[in-house]
Design a protein around this ligand. Structure first.
Ligand SMILES: [Zn+2]
Length: 323
């Protein structure tokens, strides 16, 4: 079958490998055989970055021209419906191969990297990008992909395929927010509430509003998320509340960070030059990596710009979520 041509099968002696080891194998295989991925990752190695602290939060600004297409993507439904879906097996590049997880998801190398080992975890079936009833899957993936963060961009919050369900993933050490949370002593976190099997925090110092949930079990996090989901405002198209999510697992402790939003893009995106700053924040940006496809934006963006961007797109945590 044509579709099977895109499934990477491991040699029998490699069947005992851990998932991070399988990813290394796939990543090498794809960079050796898939020219587009090879070229894009070679270019990515030359990407310029600079650091800006925002209220003490360490942002990395990344000048990444190959992300221009995704930053400016036109996600109007009529445009999406007319293009062949680039996550469906039948439309993948000839050389593109991935690993099947739980007979449901396909793990692929993302050919437009923001990270080394930037992965896409797409559902095999073509179904819309909706997070409802996916939190258990997301947490299960973090338990398999040790050392990796799994993230989700909503259909109006950075997903470039709003019609085909997918997570993305990258090594946890890439995201400034993770080390920032580890460095925070517990006094700096505000506990929203605590139960025997679940702890929910906000971190008031961050420039973006974030709700952080930790548990040794998946189910209490799933239940909390389902309750929160019902309390967040719906956008005009009623698809789902605007949000980005990051999930990780550290030695059996699950962590979900939810970023509720009130806008898809900041006002600076729509201005004319020289006021324009062409950024379209998604999970990477909420995690502390601000991608600027244009060099002028990379050079000029300031701490105040970043504060303003998050003020405009980040939703204040609704007081009624103290369940
Ligand atoms: Zn599709």
């Amino acid at each position: 079958m044509m579709e099977d041509a895109h499934i990477l099968t491991l040699p029998p002696e490699m069947s005992d490998l851990t998932w991070p080891e399988k990813i290394d194998f796939m990543y090498q295989q794809q960079l050796e055989t898939w020219k587009m991925a090879k070229t894009h990752y070679q270019h990515f190695e030359l990407t310029k970055t600079r650091d800006i602290a925002v209220n003490g939060f360490p942002f990395v600004i990344q000048h990444n021209p190959s992300r221009a297409r995704s930053t400016c993507a036109n996600l109007q439904q009529n445009v999406i419906e007319k293009r062949p879906c680039f996550l469906c097996l039948k439309n993948l590049d000839t050389e593109q191969k991935g690993l099947i997880i739980h007979k449901k998801y396909l793990l692929l190398v993302n050919p437009f990297p923001i990270f080394i080992r930037h992965l896409t975890v797409s559902e095999i079936k073509h179904r819309p990008q909706r997070i409802k009833n996916r939190i258990i899957d997301m947490l299960e993936l973090t338990a398999l992909l040790e050392g990796y963060t799994v993230f989700y961009n909503g259909p109006l919050c950075g997903a470039s395929a709003p019609d085909h369900f997918h997570f993305q993933s990258a090594p946890t050490s890439n995201f400034p927010i993770n080390s920032e949370i580890e460095n925070q002593n517990h006094k700096k976190r505000t506990v929203l509430f605590e139960k025997e099997d679940l702890r929910v925090y906000v971190i008031p110092k961050f420039p973006m509003n974030a709700i952080m949930v930790e548990s040794e079990w998946k189910e209490p996090i799933d239940y909390f998320f389902a309750q929160l989901y019902k309390k967040l405002p719906l956008p005009e198209d009623k698809s789902e509340p605007l949000l980005n999510i990051m999930a990780s697992n550290n030695k059996g402790l699950y962590r979900l960070i939810i970023f509720p939003r009130k806008a898809q893009r900041p006002s600076c995106f729509f201005k004319n030059d020289p006021e324009r700053i062409m950024v379209s924040p998604a999970s990477a940006e909420f995690g502390g990596i601000m991608v600027t496809p244009r060099e002028e934006d990379f050079k000029k963006i300031t701490e105040e710009d970043l504060m303003q961007i998050f003020r405009e797109i980040s939703l204040d945590i609704p007081p009624e979520i103290k369940l």
